[in-house]
Design a protein around this ligand. Sequence first.
Ligand code: CTP
Length: 403
Amino acid sequence: MSVFAGKHILLGVTGSIAAYKAADLASKLTQQAALVDVILTSAGESFVTPLTFQSVTGRRAYTEKDLWGSEAHVLHVGLGRSADMLVIAPCTADTIAKLANGIADNLLTVTALAAQCPLLLAPAMDGGMFDHPATQANLAKLKERGALIVGPAEGHLASGLSGKGRMVEPTEIIGHIRLLFGRSGKLAGKKIVVTAGGTQEPLDPVRVLTNHSSGKQGYALAEAALASGADVALVSAPTALDAPVGARLVCVQSAEQMLNAVLTELADADVLVMAAAAADFRPKNAAKDKMKKRDGIPQIELEAAPDILKTVAGRRSKMKRLKVVAGFAAESRDLLENASEKLKSKHLDLIAANDISATDAGFAVDTNRVTLLFADGTNEALPLMSKSEVAERIIEHISKLLE
Ligand code: CTP
């Protein structure tokens, strides 16, 4: 189950043009099954309406006038106490100053005083305001009290100036929320190495031999592990994806580089999940210079690339901390027979068998349909799910195997 499912997130929206991005943040959190209650300050309401938030969250969005309504006396306490996290995004210099000094002069700041949950702030302000000693002192005070400050980022500001003051993107804020919720998860204190993407084997300085892997399933596994509190090393071949917040990204290109990175990371790791589509074959002699048309059509001789899981299996007795090794089997026929053979020959604890001939599963798409096979001979066929859900299920099984 997603770490966001059923969590009450109180989203404060203050007066910055980045308030329009807060609607996207509320929508993305709701899609992950969080219960998002929004409080808009008067200045926030000048930029976006409560209706915008109500439309994406399906829940009531509160405004300043609710502070003086009939339920006012219980509202701020109720909202503050029921929240699992208070996220203020965008958070202006003014609201930062109020929070730092315990000022409670509007529904959001009064609720913040009543709240006992973790506080995450995503500052947004114009050039110079962030660097001002007053803002810096206020932020230092809030950090000392345990608030998490995310951003601001450098870049173009609404005033036309360029500098530090942009609110970070919603996906980055969600990455930090995931880490906060995951802190005390089942994998806290465990290190997990996840590989992702399709390796690239060079033919010459401009050409590579590669495959269709998008890296989505591996990146989703890294997210799910982070949501369970793990320390994550993501060994990734080139992809178009951003590394999840909190993962340590190790970029590699070829299967050989992936093998070396995996072996280095496994020195102190508890778990390896090989979701990468590592090459089985590579050009025997990559040309030093670009191959030219005028030299005719090249004959490319291939050789075996290292099998990473088999190499790990051969050295496992020396890897004292390594307890669980999981792999994937990409198959276009005889799915379970082939996966079961790989589970044994690669000495795995768990393999996710993946039918790559289906159009709604496997490469590039956001969904996957896998059957999990375990070393004890049991298996579990999962229905069609998002790659994030598949990742959560695999991480749940890995947590059980570690127990
Ligand atoms: N794998 C690996 N090293 C390789 C190739 C694959 O460690 N050079 C891993 C994959 O990451 C996956 C598992 O082995 O977890 C099975 O990969 P798959 O491509 O399904 O099978 P192969 O072992 O490559 O065999 P075949 O291609 O013949 O099916």
